[in-house]
Design a protein around this ligand. Sequence first.
Ligand code: F6R
Length: 260
Amino acid sequence: MEVIIQPTAEEASALAARIFGVLVRSKPAAVLGLATGSTPLGLYAELIRLHREEGLDFSKVTTFNLDEYLGLGPEHPASYHHFMWENLFRHINIRPENTNLPDGLARDVATSCAVYEERIRAAGGIDLQVVGIGSDGHIGFNEPGSSLASRTRIKTLTERTRADNAPFFGPAEEVPYHVITMGIGTILEAREVLLLGFGPRKAEALAAAIEGPVSPMVPASALHFHPRTRALLDEAAAVRLQRGNYYRHVFANKPVWQRV
Ligand code: F6R
């Protein structure tokens, strides 16, 4: 796993957007794996800027999101459908029919999950998947204990994750207990993975994922099984890493041909 530490979340997000931009420019019909939550907001703002000011073209791009709350339709303000339209899709020239999220209103959840996996396969697989990390080490909504080979399926959120996500809901609203999420096995099939982690709240989970043993108790640690994962952190999220100086040294001395 390549670990890149940037001074701020803004700089890390700009670098993440450059990585997306390089891919979309070299492969206009790229398949992007997207995430929601507070972490990718800076990345999406920068992608919108690249689209508006530098002509980054999303007209042939296809997207698949990691997860969706079960029971929330696309119109619900806390649904991930709504999040993606508000924070990215409506600001760029992506075709609505090329955007994919798990169906939060699925009646037959198992079939709906199998169909989602099939759609990813039919699109040729995901070229670049961005993931955030939960304070308990989850990626997607694969909570601790998730099978490292898991596929898209229903999961029950931990109380900690429900509390972490409560700010996205109204004061009188209950955070759903269930979600549909890509599995860890699904995420590991993406050709490239970008793990983003910002702020002191993520420092412990990131240290466990990056420098601890691979374990289902820290789902993000499974990314060590992926040959092309980059972890992009700000300094605040890197404070618990033991080898921070080495990661900074590696990044500062990259061969020219490896630089983004
Ligand atoms: C969101 C997702 C989650 C979040 C994680 C961090 O699609 O899959 O794993 O990335 O819960 O959330 P934030 O970024 O809000 O701290």
